[in-house]
Design a binder for this molecule. Sequence first.
Ligand code: PLP
Length: 442
Amino acid sequence: MTDQEGDLYTPLSNDFVVPTNTDIGATSRQDGESKCTYLCGNSLGLLSKTSSAHIQQELNAWGTRAVTGHFSHPQNNPWVSCTDPVNKLFGEIVGANEIEVACMGTLTNNLHLMMDSFYKPTSTRYKILCEAKAFPSDQYAFQSRAVAHGLDPAEAILEVSPRPGEYTLREEDIINTIEREGDSIALVLFSGVQYYTGQYFPMQAVTKKAHEKGCICGWDLAHAIGNVPLALHDWNVDFAVWCTYKYVNSGPGGIAGLFVHEKWHGTMQPKSAGWWGHELSSRFAMPPKFSPTKGAQGFQQSNPSVFAVASLRGSLEVFKAAGMMGPIRSRSMKLTAALEGLLKRSNYFVALDKIDQHGSKPGFTVLTPSRPEQRGAQLSLLFLPLQSETMRKVFAYLSQNGVIGDEREPDVIRLAPAPLYNTLGDCEHAAEVLEKALATAA
Ligand SMILES: *Cc1c(COP(=O)(O)O)cnc(C)c1O
């Protein structure tokens, strides 16, 4: 098979540095020098050689040009405009115009900045609608924004929960909640892909429904960007925020991004202004009065970390070289379906609707929706019996044997075949080691 997504047994990109078993601490492996099976790109993506080269270039630029590098740069990438190439690629990967995106800050900071402008509670319309068990940082952000407006978070934050016995949300439950409560909701804010379950929410339908009821609709794309195709402009999303160190592979603590739809550019002004949001033509003349750059980049506050931008630029160039999200998503769906198929053939697999009848033997199920269009790359494995030692034992075994996923206490391990660097071989190996891990736990 040599279509656009490549042979599933060879990586789509050979640009990545995969840690060896020895380096990652897989102490039970004899073949310490071979590459580990890294299925943790949902948490921290791998280093690419392109990122590494861009960072090295900026170190050289700093060493040779010092302050003049802001305007005069050996690779003609002056620091004053170093985010330009990133914004162009951001536009492609999230489906936005360049003027609608900004490369800046961190996800949680950007979430606060966006809520600062877009969350304007009134006495009748003041609620924030989100998914139950949102990522903690998002929960803290929602709570603290509510408190900042003098509201009680218990009243202001409305959560959509899975039905009893279910783990993921039904589209109709989200839509019906918006229909029922919409008049009191100021802001609908879900994650595009849920970090714990891997569920890919129906972003377009939710956005449309939110607008029908007069709500603002924003998205946290931490687990969606670089994982699933996005069309933020066409879906009429009001705003979005994301980090770049998960599927986008920009490196630990990498610089983040935000989106503000063009329709807001005339009216939605930054509330927490900084000099980097001031229009470029007079930024360095440093006038006393703030005049924002048109579009999302008016929300910038500080001059960005050039090294973080360089790394991100490199990692986005790898996406570009792979043909962006069309071929990447297509390969991703095949890899994740293959991993799911392998897991379902395990002697320890238990169907989700049978876990109540499961006894005291070690086993596992998959929480992530089984329909490929309702998930990204990640599968979340729930280990049984619940609240037992199974997950911890299995996780330790996997790690010692070079299969790197991540654990969520008490019972979940997330495995994500990242379409750029993972292969079908990785999925097969992970399934084999998991089988041994469960046999050992039993
Ligand atoms: C990873 C993640 C974060 C992390 O926030 P930072 O500000 O980048 O530390 C926040 N929210 C969600 C939903 C995430 O998945």
